[in-house]
Design a protein around this ligand. Structure first.
Ligand code: ATP
Ligand code: MG
Length: 520
């Protein structure tokens, strides 16, 4: 490596020396011609080749320049002596980069490469569509001619991948929204973004630990599954349907997924999308390594089927199978949405996760639930005892070990365990009680939670008792009526009364029906 470095340095030195001699002695035109000639001769006999990566390529910004800068920042911090330090907007980390006109050695598959960051003054242009920086910046990559096949294009792909990774690690997640409707910004983007700072993680998510581990393993496999998806001929994407009552952690789960994988979130507001083609455009403008979310899919839009008619609210034969019509082009249809997640268009870009959430899974069109459409259906349930222990740890700092070791919580904990499932309390409600009582000691907070649970259980019981009471009163009234009827036999024949008695014994309704009017 050192040997390459010395020979490159001496060659560049010799080249610079000849250029300066030419500059001093000959007129400009002659100098230019001679320099060109010298350059060609130098290239012809040299064992090295050079690649120039300029910051601005024509009128557009060269993506590779930024990627090289980031890539070198990962090795620059250890080997170079002059470094530029920066902290990009929205980033939570500092990045090192090569200083102006400094050089750095790198290696790839056993072959050496020398990078130089060249900065020269840019002469003011006579005309330009946009203001250009005063300095012309670029990287020069020098490699041995015989190593060209090793470097191209694999080294450049490697640089792009590493840079994307660093960018993701350094940058906070972004949350995109299509709240502008179909309108695009100046750069033609339909999405608006803000830094995504949701602190929810799988560690703080209160749910059954076994189910949680299954989901985490599934996500891990997905993120590392590029070759699997290629080998099996499947698009590299995955769909999750999160369903359950409000406040059970569906949105928190999405945030935890994004934080776990380091993906951005695209929060798709379906009410802002008017046609299938608008939906497709939005999809095309999403980046890979992202989660595309449609919350409350059952009520975010009233879909029209392919004929343009509104879909019935309850499960019906699949709307995706309806015959095509020109009306669908002008509206948002369920089949348009299914194509968005499933069809050919869904594969533009890769490594994307689709998440739909709903409070009413029974209201969804069967086409959405059909096997293979959403890969995993995750039920977010009311608080269970293992989930409760996670919330006690989150809000009161009580680890599992603390709860087991300190006998003082024994009674309280057992009562909570007995009540929690029956109370049907959501993690959101438990969190609320624990937040309210966080300034007191743990025992008091737990006791307060127990009180709330008992009150809820009593209320639930109360409504059940009320239902029983209502039933009892009805029966009493019925008996009363029968008594009255028996007291006045003239009004009804004995056959009729016998029939009534028989019905009463068998529990059959008066009209002979199946008891539709009964309180169940
Ligand atoms: N499983 C959970 N683990 C930890 N915290 C939770 C959980 N469920 C709810 N919470 C707490 O309750 C709040 C509301 O939860 P979240 O918004 O995730 O519920 P949701 O299921 O998306 O509700 P909705 O159906 O109304 O959208 C969260 O900010 C979080 O603090
Ligand atoms: Mg939610």
């Amino acid at each position: 490596m050192k040997e390459v470095w010395t020979s490159v340095a001496s060659l560049l030195g010799a080249f610079a020396f000849f250029q300066s001699v030419l500059l001093a002695v000959f007129p400009a035109e002659l100098r230019q011609a001679a320099a060109k000639l010298l350059h060609r001769a130098f290239n012809l006999f040299s064992n090295y080749c050079y690649f120039y990566i300029t910051e601005i390529d024509g009128v557009s910004t060269n993506e590779l320049y930024g990627a090289v800068q980031l890539y070198l920042s990962s090795s620059a911090s250890v080997s170079a002596s002059h470094l530029s330090l920066s902290r990009p907007l929205n980033s939570s980390a500092f990045t090192f980069s090569l200083s102006n006109n400094d050089r750095l050695l790198d290696s790839f598959s056993g072959a050496a490469a020398v990078w130089e960051h060249a900065v020269t003054h840019r002469p003011a242009p006579s005309f330009s569509w946009r203001p250009l920086p005063d300095e012309k910046r670029g990287f020069t990559l020098c490699i041995r001619k015989k190593d060209k096949h090793i470097f191209l294009p694999h080294y450049l792909d490697h640089i792009m991948d590493v840079a994307a990774d660093i960018r993701r690690r350094n940058q906070d997640r972004l949350l995109y929204t299509n709240s502008r409707g179909g309108a695009m910004d100046a750069l033609g983007h339909p999405w608006e973004s803000v830094p995504f700072k949701h602190p929810s993680t799988f560690d703080t998510l209160a749910m059954d630990p076994i189910r949680k581990n299954e989901i985490m393993a599934d996500l891990r496999d997905f993120a590392a599954g590029e070759s699997f998806y290629r080998k099996t001929g499947r698009a590299w994407k995955r769909g999750y349907l999160l369903y359950g009552p409000p406040g059970t952690g569906k949105s928190s789960m999405i945030a935890a997924m994004a934080n776990f994988l380091g993906y951005d979130i695209y929060d798709l507001e379906l009410t802002e999308v008017h046609t299938n083609s608008e939906l497709r455009k939005l999809l095309m403008k999403t980046t890979s390594k992202s989660i595309i979310v449609i919350e409350d899919i059952d009520c975010s839009v009233s879909f029209t089927n392919r004929c343009g008619h509104p879909l019935p609210p309850s499960p019906q034969p699949s709307a995706a199978d309806d015959p095509p019509s020109s009306a669908s082009a002008k509206s948002l249809t369920l089949s348009g949405l299914l194509n968005f997640t499933d069809g050919l268009w869904s594969c533009c870009g890769s490594e994307r996760i689709f998440v739909f959430t709903t409070n009413h899974v029974d209201k969804l069109d069967p086409a959405l639930l059909r096997s293979g459409r959403m890969d995993m259906h995750i039920f977010m349930s009311y608080c269970s005892f293992p989930a409760l222990k996670i919330l006690l740890r989150n809000y009161l700092g009580l680890e599992e070990g603390d709860l087991a070791a300190r006998g003082e919580y024994d009674g309280l904990l057992r009562e909570l365990e007995d009540l929690v499932e029956a109370t049907k309390i959501t993690p959101a409600d438990v969190s609320e009680v624990l937040i309210k009582n966080r300034r007191y000691d743990e025992r008091t907070a737990m006791a307060q939670l127990l009180e709330v649970m008992k009150a809820r259980a009593a209320a639930r019981c109360g409504s059940a008792v009320a239902a029983d009471e209502f039933g009892r009163k009805e029966a009493e009234e019925e008996e009363e009526q029968e008594k009255r009827a028996l007291d006045s036999p003239k009004e009804e024949s004995t056959e009729e009364l016998d029939e009534k008695q028989r019905r009463k014994k068998t529990g059959e309704a008066e009209d002979g029906g199946a008891g539709e009017g009964c309180l169940s």
